[in-house]
Design a protein around this ligand. Structure first.
Ligand code: ADP
Ligand code: MG
Length: 362
């Protein structure tokens, strides 16, 4: 059957509605989520996009996966790559050329080391190695290093502030400065991933590596919703992400050394050389992943007494920590946001008013 020809007067209306329908189809097609599991530093990051086209999403996932691979190679603390080359150069007193990302991590680390009173210190690679934490296999079974071995390393006072940056050229007069970016690498990785997605024209995305994440935009007509991890697995609550921000949790419960008597977790107090004690986890919300990651590590080291003061000095307002009894302590700004799952023993603590004690003064 032949379709009767349209009267000329109705043609423009038909074309207009056809275009409208096409636009709606395209829009409807984009009103959905794309998701991929990408490898990052030996674990998996789930990257989700909202509102991207299929081709755009595939290209974005491929690029971000490639970026993560490059970071794994270049930032590894013990497998040969750019960072181990830098550490070798430092150990033998040579100067060496870094790359813009490593230089940025050093610069930012110097700031966090200074502002956290030395609690965050990525130059303690020798100490981390002495404890056996340069491994992917946990738990490590065996006794801790001796007090004498630890003290011998501490005597060299490795600090990221000992590193001289001249353009991309790096050097230090302290051969015991050995970089280990375990405390910030994931944070900076998700910062760079989100920045790349934005460059690719994506406005709504989340990069979530097992609860450590950075997000931007929204999930359609609602915000991105994320879980807050708790020690030993599971979640203690949920948070709705407000636009572009990051949430990181450092835990003193997953990676550790163990002997017949005790557990020795992998976050070390650079001032004593021993594992940080008193807090089992610290969760921080901050705009940047690097900031949230570095801060979460510093707060575990700060411990139950000092975390509010250290949080204030790091410019944080949204912090939640869990002590060894399982009790949650959180700042007022964090308390407004967390929706606990079930009954959680918790208390709201104002940010510290007293100055952070100087290293060695405790
Ligand atoms: P996680 O996310 O695994 O809980 P963190 O972000 O707290 O870990 O980083 C812990 C890692 O950082 C350690 O495995 C080690 O490589 C390094 N590290 C340990 N102690 C410190 C510290 N005081 N400052 C900076 N980096 C540290
Ligand atoms: Mg960290």
């Amino acid at each position: 059957m032949r379709t009767p020809a349209l009267p000329p007067s109705r043609l423009p209306t038909r074309i207009a509605s056809a275009i409208l329908l096409l636009c709606c189809l395209t829009a409807c097609q984009e009103e959905r989520e794309h998701s991929a599991d990408l490898f990052i530093f030996g674990t998996i990051a789930q990257v989700k996009l909202w509102g991207a086209g299929d081709e755009q999403a595939n290209r974005a996932f491929a690029e971000v996966q490639q970026m993560f691979q490059g970071m794994h190679r270049d930032w590894h603390a013990w497998q040969p790559g750019l960072l181990t080359d830098i550490n070798e150069a430092f150990a033998s007193g040579r100067s060496i050329r870094g790359d813009p990302q490593i230089v940025e991590m050093i610069r930012r680390s110097q700031d966090y080391e200074r502002r956290s009173g030395g609690r965050f210190n990525p130059a303690i690679g020798e100490l981390v190695g002495l404890w056996g934490f340069h491994t992917s296999e946990y738990p490590i079974i065996g006794p801790p290093p001796s007090g004498a071995e630890i003290d011998a390393l501490l005597a060299h006072r490795p600090s990221s502030l000992d590193i001289r940056i001249d353009g991309l050229q790096l050097s230090t007069a302290n051969p015991h400065v050995q970089l280990d970016f375990g405390g910030i690498a994931k944070g900076y990785a998700v910062d760079l991933a989100i920045a790349r997605l934005r460059q690719l024209g994506i406005d709504n995305a989340i990069a979530n590596a097992g609860g450590d994440l950075r997000a931007m935009g929204r999930h359609g007509d609602r915000p991105w919703r994320v879980a807050v991890r708790k020690p030993g697995g599971g979640v203690i609550g949920a948070i709705e992400v407000r636009g572009d921000e990051s949430l990181f949790t450092s835990g003193n419960y997953e990676r550790f050394r163990q002997d017949a008597r005790e557990r020795y977790p992998h976050i070390l107090d650079p001032r004593t050389g021993w594992p940080a004690q008193g807090l089992v986890s610290a969760t921080v919300i901050a705009p940047e992943g690097l900031a949230a990651d570095a801060a979460a590590t510093a707060l575990i080291v700060a411990g139950p007494g000092d975390w509010p003061a250290v949080a204030r000095d790091l410019g944080l307002d949204q912090v939640l920590v869990i002590d060894e009894a399982g009790k949650v302590h959180q700042t007022p700004a964090m308390a407004e946001r967390v929706r606990f799952t079930g009954n959680v023993d918790h208390v709201v603590v104002p940010l510290g008013a007293k100055p952070v004690p100087e290293p060695g003064a405790e």
